[in-house]
Ligand binder design. Structure first.
Ligand code: PEP
Length: 256
């Protein structure tokens, strides 16, 4: 099975719902129907903009997919400030970013919580985009593989191969996020290949062939084509460069 490219714009804590409406409309003007056949085009606005963006997508019959940036694993209850999976699913959210390094580093998200969230997102019928990656110190100490292997196996713990293959794995070296410093395509491709092999060790080779592994970390229109040329990189998670619809559209249309 060939793996369809997946490119997601993570807007992080940017854009009001009014900005978000304009951003998704502008993005849609810059894309053609054939682009969506080639790439799953996804935007991840903040919670406050999800409903507005979903309304535009529905009203204008856009093929843009909607992602959330976080979720809680419980169905409901006394969890002030949290959002449940079913709330997102009901809003038409297709996928949810889980375990982003900013959540791990700034908000204490652990591998155990990432695993709970991955399971909860799948149970609600959505696709988890599970982020993992090493720090600069870990890279320099040649600990990249042990770090990402540990995160992969902890995040997917307890899943069947049929469940695990639905997860989008986002390899995001922490030193490349928001720094303008991209991993060399050869290095990023090698880590993604390593992750696919580890996935195969745990879930079987045919599932490893199908699972989508994407790269994130200062992706821009100038480096996306070289990253996408790597066999084991199936797409991108794009932060800063996704905030401008022109720039993000150029990334989505990376072959042009
Ligand atoms: C991200 O937010 O996941 C990310 C990769 O950010 P940036 O593209 O800005 O490095």
């Amino acid at each position: 099975m060939s793996r369809k490219s997946f490119i997601c714009g993570n807007w992080k804590m940017n854009a009001t719902h009014l900005d978000a409406i304009q951003m998704v409309q502008k993005l849609s003007y810059r894309l053609e129907l054939s682009d969506y056949e080639r790439v799953d085009v996804v935007v991840a606005p903040p919670f406050t903009s999800l409903r507005s963006v979903q309304t535009v997508i529905e009203a204008d019959h856009l093929a843009i997919q909607l992602a959330a940036q976080n979720v809680h694993w419980e169905d409901s209850g006394a969890f002030t400030g949290e959002v449940a999976p079913a709330m997102l699913a009901k809003l038409g959210v297709d996928s949810v970013i889980v375990g982003h390094s900013e959540r791990r580093e700034l908000f204490g998200e652990t591998d155990e919580n990432v695993n709970r969230k991955v399971k909860a997102v799948l149970a609600a019928g959505m696709t988890p985009i599970m982020c993992l990656g090493e720090t600069l110190n870990e890279r320099e100490a040649e600990e990249t593989e042990s770090k990402v292997a540990g995160q992969l196996s902890a995040g997917l713990k307890g899943l069947s191969p049929e469940e695990a293959v639905q997860v989008i794995i986002a390899y995001e070296p922490i030193w490349a996020i928001g720094t303008g410093r991209t991993a060399e395509p050869d290095d990023a491709g090698a880590v993604c290949e390593f992750l696919r092999r580890r996935f195969g060790d745990e879930f079987g080779g045919s599932f490893a062939e199908d699972v989508r592994i994407i790269y994130g970390g200062s992706v821009n229109p100038g480096n996306i084509a070289a990253l996408m040329a790597k066999t084991h990189i199936d797409g991108g998670l794009v932060g800063g460069a996704s905030l401008d619809p022109d720039t993000f559209a150029s990334i989505v249309r990376y072959w042009i």
